[in-house]
Design a protein around this ligand. Structure first.
Ligand code: IMP
Length: 447
């Protein structure tokens, strides 16, 4: 039993998603009783390696891969029930039975096939400037129904609504007709198969649906620690991201209140995850994007292809302006700087320290996507490193140039880099500073 103080913790992305949050949550989970998703849906993609096995999770909280942690899907998550069942069955086929320790909030909303159809049709019919480049997982249309209220379906409805079947049929028919009227195409929706799938979800998931809010409060009262797993990233946040090229939820610690039903003040450790460079998938401004062979080199070395959609990710130098912004609005207490090993082999590495717009130097993020699109990065180059970092297990053993790079990022962003990723495996993670003494994580396996 650990004698370390219980600290509820939030891990979230500091950029446009894909920062390596899954790997980090997977590393930290032994210190926590419950791992909670509080936002987004199957747009997220977390790749986790357990032993020699690689798992891609979209809806399941990462901690459920392991015996000890309870996985919670909170009220703020939008869940494609069939996608969730496929994930559960996929893991079962590999010998991992997550069902007994999975809790789905009664308040969470169902992503329906007509949400996905609408997401697809709206993207296909958008012109270049208005195409968001979504993951086509129906996230935006489902959150829109949630806000509209009268057309939404929640997990509690699977338990309590005596007219569920008729309601699903009616909502699906109406939506198919609306899509046909708007786009001249109903997206190939098969109403009876939608009804069957909802009834299947009711049958198979009913025992997992519960009041997760009460469960989390009981966990807190019992003195057990909770890990909140943010999906997507701050720059994709519906309020604070590069709107409209964002997702439809609150992607950082500010999403914990509405998305999990826990007062954010309970959470005292906020770990912002970023990479040693920047990436983005989908459309939208990306000031430090490298459309040259350096970008290609980073993409290849970092295997920067989407977990959810397989799309190549856009790559660029580390952006200290957007990262500082993300730190400010989230109150990040620690930074996890992942993929440092990917930058090995460059003679020099760049960091964006400011933006240039219409002859002015900006050190804060402009609000408007169009302005951001016109910004030029002010890049400061520093000496790179050629050593292979993957065998390094202590911060002090990193090359001096790598440490200088890390410490420069700390001073620009304004929070300590407490975690460093030096390779894809769980053991290739270095923890330094006060965090090391305040959290129980297994010692990295020796090589
Ligand atoms: P949506 O969340 O599918 O509506 O997509 C909106 C935007 O967010 C698109 O640019 C997506 O590529 C992006 N996005 C959403 N979730 C993730 C993620 O987990 N990683 C990277 N990009 C994401």
């Amino acid at each position: 039993m650990s004698n370390k103080a219980v600290q509820h913790t939030c891990v979230f992305g500091m950029g446009w998603g894909d920062e390596g949050k899954g790997k980090l949550v997977d590393l930290l989970y032994p210190a926590f009783h419950a791992v909670v998703r509080f936002n987004g849906g199957a747009n997220a993609g977390h790749t986790v390696c357990v032993g020699k096995e690689k798992f891609a999770l979209h809806l399941l909280p990462t901690g459920v891969l392991h015996e000890s942690a309870v996985g919670v899907i909170g009220p703020g998550v939008v869940v494609d029930p069939i996608g969730l069942l496929e994930e559960i069955d996929g893991l079962a086929a590999r010998g991992i039975n997550v069902s007994p320790k999975l809790k789905i909030s009664q308040r969470a909303h169902l992503v329906m096939p007509y949400h996905k159809a609408e997401d697809n049709l709206s993207e296909q019919n958008a012109t270049g400037a208005t195409r968001i480049g979504t993951t086509a997982r129906g996230i935006g249309p489902c959150y829109a129904d949630k806000m509209r209220r009268t057309t939404a379906i929640r997990f509690i409805d699977l338990l309590n609504d005596e007219n569920l079947e008729a309601r699903v049929r009616e909502l699906s028919q109406k939506r198919a007709a609306a899509l046909k009227a708007i786009y001249g195409d109903d997206g190939g929706l098969d109403i009876e198969s939608i009804v069957r799938d909802v009834l299947l979800a009711k049958k198979r998931l009913s025992s997992n649906i519960c009041d997760t809010t009460s469960f989390l409060h009981e966990t807190i009262n019992a003195g057990q620690a909770i890990l909140f797993e943010g999906a997507n990233g701050i720059l994709l946040d519906i309020d604070h991201g590069t709107y409209p090229f964002v997702t439809s939820s609150s992607t950082g610690p500010h999403g914990i209140g509405p998305g999990a039903g826990v007062p954010p003040a309970c959470v005292t450790r906020y770990i912002a995850v970023t990479k040693a460079y920047s990436t983005r998938v989908g459309s939208g401004p990306f000031v430090t994007e490298l459309k040259d062979d350096i970008g290609d080199r980073i993409r290849k070395a970092g295997n920067e292809f989407g977990t959810t959609t397989g799309r190549p990710r856009r790559c660029g130098w580390f952006d200290a302006v957007s990262s500082r912004y993300a730190r400010q609005i989230t109150g990040a207490t620690d930074i996890a700087l992942m993929h440092l090993d990917t930058l090995s082999g460059f003679d020099e590495v760049g960091v964006c320290v400011a933006y240039r717009h219409e002859g002015k130097t900006l050190t804060t993020m402009p609000t408007d996507a169009a302005t951001l699109e016109q910004c030029e990065p002010v890049i400061e180059y520093r000496p790179g490193w050629h050593e292979n970092l993957r065998t390094v297990r202590r911060y002090e053993d990193l090359p001096q140039t790598t440490r200088d790079y890390v410490e420069h990022i700390e001073s620009l962003v304004g929070a300590p880099v407490s975690i460093l990723g030096v390779g894809p495996d769980r053991s290739q993670t270095l923890i330094r500073g006060p965090l090391k003494d305040s959290i129980d994580v297994p010692e990295p396996a020796s090589l």
